[in-house]
Write a protein that binds this ligand. Structure first.
Ligand code: C2E
Ligand code: CA
Ligand code: CA
Length: 830
């Protein structure tokens, strides 16, 4: 360091001393500058002369900034000179040379001393500048800078950090630690021990672990409690390690991470998990989770109660590896294939598993759904199974009742139609022929009326038995109602064989019937139609057999007749209807009638069914039962169906504008409408155009539509349902199908067919069937409506059985819109 003490020159003028300075400093390796009291340069030595690139002569009399403008260091130097002159005290300053590399700047350390003349007056200054390139100096500054960074780093660390010597005295610590132990600054930590800050038992523990680290020379992580100065105790994860300098262990370093927020979060997550799992565990569903390899990774406690062993056997296995042997209708391999499909495509699947549970038959409705992670990637699948044994028993019962005649236990009309439908497909495929025999007992009605039902019933039972005896066991004998039977004879090679069979039947039925101790005699008239000779269409075949049967009756009964073309003139009638219908829309001959639907409890109108009417100018009044089938066959139903939808939607809007509780309009849909691609789009568009809300509309479909087993139909139904439209199954109970579809499709309502309603007050079986239908539908949460109510008695009974809504002549026949509007207004006032 250069001395700063004043240079005294007595009464000598400063200028005269310059030669002296030159002698002193010309050889110096420092920068030396002498100024007068105005900062003007009087002398610069050769080193400085080189530094500023001006000679002593050039410099003399000028200030340094005058000589070298724009030099920051010289500017600062000049200012310091004036300050020294002013204050009379020496000073020093550090200037950085601008043209040096930034990473290791060169410093000039400049010492400025006043030159004091006579009377202690400052007459000038002496500056000695040394280029400070010494390593230690620069390192010093570097070290300080690094220390500063380290400090900042440590102090902003969210953990407590410290360094202790071997005796457990703190050598250093960060701000967080100071805060924990209640100190204002980190420097106060130095020299203290844990005992200064923590309760003795805690401090004992800390010291113990420090010693462990020192002895083992190994890092250590402990979870320990730390008591803050403010009294709060928290859990921390403390990491300790030995610190060595030049191979000698001098103490330990430690840092402690506060675990309390983490712990809180973990507790929170654990609580959630408990809530969630108790929910899953107590659902009345058997839930199994599968990973993408189809291995079971979770099984809820639905099974556990009684079957812990069985559950253990399934866990971790795939269905193919371990399967519940009590399931009969599906193997583990088959199930696994469906599971893989769900995991591959993400599309859910439903199925029914049948088997037994503790010796009892049982049925489960099972749904397989894919599971996704947060990135929407499939990570496995869930199977959700609910026990629908009871529902399925109802279903079987209904199915049997629905398919069989309770008196003779023969297949009924429904099952017969079903078989007929099947036979057509089969016969087409194998190029076979089959025949339909329609048998009517000629004098049965008379017997029934004179000797009573009991005898009549016995006679029918016996007749059924004889019919079965006349056919092969793969033919179908059915009772169509009353004294009418049908037989489906499959695979008949020749008309001769048929004739022989029919002859046998005629003769068999003409044998006396012995009931009690009386003998009764009936005869039979039989009509026969053949596929494909007479027609390839079910309805035609039935109609033709009917015509042939009447022909037999007119031929004196007790005989059989084959169908012949001349027997019907239907073909022409059909053609007339079709031609007329083609123009019906253009000529505005169509109209929608509305039949009120009422709530059985409040007796209020809740909606209406739209029913089509055709006011043909050319044909006599003709009902929808006649013209709708023609429209369907000819394809006209699409155009007509759209017209019906548009009008029904517009009516719904008209009726519901300004209403508080909306009226629901039911629209009949033909299956053909669902086979067109754009039904969904059309309905959307029509709703929009008519400003009709989807919730105001229920679409009535038939069971046969659901039988189509067509994915696009299912998709359309699902889309319509999610749009908000109701889906009702019309004529429920008369269909061809198994009732499994009630689960499978988005059905909102079941409409009990009017044939059941008709029989319900007279026929016990009809009552039982309706009761079962209602029980099943309500257990599946479907709305119920009954149609064809004509008497108060029927209404009462249905209400008692749990049916909510009804429709029928008792409450109102189908009527023009204007009339329906009037009726609504009346009942609203009443
Ligand atoms: P559906 O859907 O079963 O309609 C109910 C039928 O029962 C209607 O016959 C109705 O007039 C009748 N009905 C209502 N209450 C009673 C009652 O208390 N007793 C009796 N005996 N009958 C009652 P409708 O109007 O002759 O219609 C016959 C069938 O034509 C309908 O049967 C339906 O399948 C079809 N249909 C009618 N309109 C349309 C339509 O717009 N589109 C389509 N695709 N089919 C329609
Ligand atoms: Ca209907
Ligand atoms: Ca109906």
């Amino acid at each position: 360091m250069v001395a700063l003490s004043p240079v005294t020159i007595g009464d000598k003028p400063l200028e005269s001393c310059c030669f002296l300075f030159a002698a002193l400093f010309d050889a110096s390796s420092d920068n030396v500058v002498i100024t007068d009291d105005m900062g003007r340069l009087l002398y610069i030595n050769p080193v400085f002369s080189r530094t500023i690139r001006h000679s002593n002569e050039q410099a003399r009399g000028k200030t340094a900034p005058e000589l070298v403008p724009d030099s920051q260091p010289l500017q600062r130097h000049f200012a310091a000179i004036l300050q020294v002159v002013h204050s009379g005290a020496g000073t020093s300053l550090l200037v950085v040379k601008p043209d040096n590399q930034p990473r290791r700047p060169l410093h000039d350390h400049i010492a400025i001393s006043p030159i004091v003349g006579d009377g202690n007056r400052v007459v000038g200054t002496l500056s000695i500048g040394r280029e400070n390139t010494s390593e230690s100096y620069v390192e010093d500054i570097e070290t300080r800078r690094r220390e500063h960074y380290l400090r900042a780093l440590l102090d902003n660390f969210p953990f407590s950090v410290w360094l202790k010597d071997k005796q457990g005295r703190f050598l250093a610590g960060n701000r967080k630690l100071a805060e924990v132990v209640g100190l204002a600054g980190t420097t106060e930590l130095e020299g203290k021990t844990d005992y200064d800050f923590y309760p003795a038992d805690m401090a004992d523990g800390y010291v113990q672990s420090d010693n462990n680290v020192l002895q083992s020379s190994r890092p250590l992580t402990v979870i320990e409690q730390i008591k803050r100065r403010d009294g709060e105790v928290y859990w921390a994860e403390t990491h300790k390690a030995p610190v060595a300098i030049n191979g000698e262990v001098i103490g330990t370093v430690g840092f402690a991470r506060d675990l309390s927020t983490r712990k809180k979060l973990l507790t929170e997550i654990a609580n959630r998990e408990i809530e969630y799992s108790s929910l899953v565990q107590s659902l009345p569903l058997a839930i199994i989770r599968y990973n993408t390899q189809c291995q079971r990774v979770f099984i809820n406690s639905y099974w556990n109660d009684s079957h812990q062993e069985a559950v253990d056997a399934l866990m971790g296995k795939t269905p193919a590896q371990a399967w519940n042997e009590n399931i009969h209708n599906m193997s583990g391999e088959q199930f696994q294939l469906r599971l893989q499909e769900v995991i591959r495509t993400g599309v859910a699947q439903t199925m029914e598993l049948q088997g037994e549970h503790e010796g009892q038959p049982c049925v489960y409705a099972m749904k397989l759904v894919a599971e996704y992670d947060a990135d929407k990637r499939i990570i496995g699948a869930l199977s959700l199974a609910s026990d629908i044994t009871e529902i399925s028993q109802y279903r079987q019962r209904i199915e049997h009742l629905a398919y069989h005649d309770p008196l003779t236990d023969l297949p009924n009309r429904t099952l017969f139609n079903d078989r007929l439908l099947f036979s057509i497909g089969h016969a087409q495929r194998y190029q076979q022929q089959f025949a339909v025999l329609l048998i009517d007992l000629d004098n049965f009605k008379a017997i029934n009326d004179t000797v009573g039902h009991a005898v009549g019933d016995q006679l029918l039972i016996e007749a059924a038995r004889r019919l079965l005896n006349c056919v092969r066991n793969y033919d179908t004998v059915a009772r169509m109602g009353g004294d009418e039977f049908t037989i489906l004879i499959s695979d008949v090679p020749a008309a001769d064989d048929l004739a022989a069979m029919a002859d046998k039947i005629v003769r068999s039925l003409s044998e006396p019937f012995v009931i009690g101790d009386a003998e009764f005699f009936v005869t039979a008239s039989i009509g026969i139609s053949r596929y494909p000779v007479d027609s390839a269409n079910i309805d035609d075949l039935m109609k033709y057999a009917d015509s042939a049967m009447y022909h037999a009756k007119s031929r004196g009964r007790n005989n059989y007749q084959f169908y012949a073309k001349e027997l019907t003139s239907n073909v022409t009638e059909r053609l007339l209807i079709e031609t007329g219908l083609r123009y019906a829309l253009d000529k505005q001959e169509l109209e929608l009638y509305y039949q009120p639907c009422i709530d059985l409890h409040s007796k209020r109108i809740v909606g209406a069914e739209a029913l089509l009417r055709w006011h043909s100018r050319e044909l006599v009044q003709i009902g929808p039962d006649k013209f709708i089938p023609v429209a369907e066959e000819s394809g006209l139903i699409l155009e007509i169906g759209n017209w019906v939808l548009r009008n029904a939607f517009a009516t719904a809007t008209q009726l519901n504008t300004g209403r508080v509780v909306a009226l629901n309009i039911a629209v009949n849909m033909s299956s053909r409408q669902f086979l067109q691609d754009d039904l969904l789009a059309t309905i959307r568009e029509l709703l929009e155009q008519t400003h009709c809300q989807p919730g105001w509309i229920t679409l009535e479909i038939t069971e046969s539509l659901l039988l189509e087993d067509n994915v696009s139909i299912q998709a359309t139904l699902v889309a319509l349902h999610s749009l908000g439209l109701g889906i009702s199954i019309d004529d429920f109970g008369t269909g061809y199908s198994a009732l499994g579809y009630l689960n499978k499709f988005p059905i909102t309502q079941v409409k009990i067919d009017r044939t059941f309603v008709r029989d319900i007050t007279v026929d016990q079986d009809a009552g039982i069937l309706v009761k079962a239908i209602i029980a099943m539908a309500s257990s599946l949460h479907k709305d119920l409506i009954a149609e064809g109510i004509e008497t108060q008695e029927q209404a009462h009974l249905l209400q008692e059985l749990g049916c909510m809504q009804a429709q029928g002549y008792l409450f109102g026949k189908p009527m023009p819109l204007s009339e329906f509007v009037r009726l609504c207004a009346q009942t609203a006032q009443a």
